[in-house]
Design a protein around this ligand. Structure first.
Ligand SMILES: [Zn+2]
Length: 149
C-alpha cells in the first residue's frame, strides 16, 4: 500500500502543525499497539489461571464423589491450565491408564467427560469387550502406561 497522502497546507504554520500532528498520531499508534500486546498477555495469563482452577475444581469433585463428570473442562482448557494428562481406569478390569490430551485426535473443544465413552481398554479390547473408561483425574505428569485414544 502507498503511504497516505496528506495535502500540504498553504501556510508555513499549517505545515508545521500537520507535521506535529502526524508525529503525535504515529507515536500514539505504537503506544496503543504495545498496550494492546501487554493487555492481551495479561488476559491470556488470567485465562490460564481460570483454566487451571477449572481443572482443580473438577479434580476435587472427581476425588470426593467421582461424579458428576459433566461439566468438565475441555481438552484445550486442560492443556492450557497445565493438566495435559487424564488418568483413567477401565470400568471392567480396573486397569489404570494415562491419556496424553495434547496428542489426542479429538477437537480441542471436546469436553474431557465426553472421552469416557471413547477411550478403550486395550486388555479388554483383546478379549472382545469395549467397556467405557472411569475418569479419575487430570494430571500434569504421566503416571501409568498410555492408552490408545
Ligand atoms: Zn479393561
Amino acid at each position: 500500500m502507498a503511504p497516505k497522502y496528506h495535502p500540504t497546507p498553504l501556510s508555513g504554520g499549517g505545515r508545521k502543525a500537520l507535521t506535529k500532528e502526524l508525529g503525535k498520531a504515529r507515536a500514539m499508534a505504537s503506544i496503543l499497539a504495545s498496550q494492546s500486546v501487554e493487555m492481551r498477555a495479561k488476559g491470556e495469563a488470567l485465562i490460564q489461571q481460570a483454566d487451571r482452577l477449572l481443572c482443580e475444581s473438577w479434580n476435587e469433585r472427581m476425588w470426593s464423589d467421582g461424579e458428576p463428570i459433566d461439566p468438565s473442562p475441555t481438552i484445550d482448557q486442560a492443556v492450557n491450565g497445565g493438566f495435559p494428562r487424564l488418568e483413567i481406569q477401565c470400568a471392567r478390569c480396573k486397569t489404570p491408564s494415562d491419556v496424553d490430551l495434547a496428542a489426542m485426535k479429538h477437537p480441542p473443544t471436546t469436553f474431557v467427560h465426553d472421552l469416557a465413552s471413547r477411550l478403550r481398554c486395550r486388555k479388554c479390547a483383546k478379549a472382545g469387550r469395549r467397556p467405557s473408561a472411569t475418569l479419575l483425574q487430570l494430571a500434569w505428569q504421566p503416571r501409568h502406561p498410555r492408552t490408545e485414544a
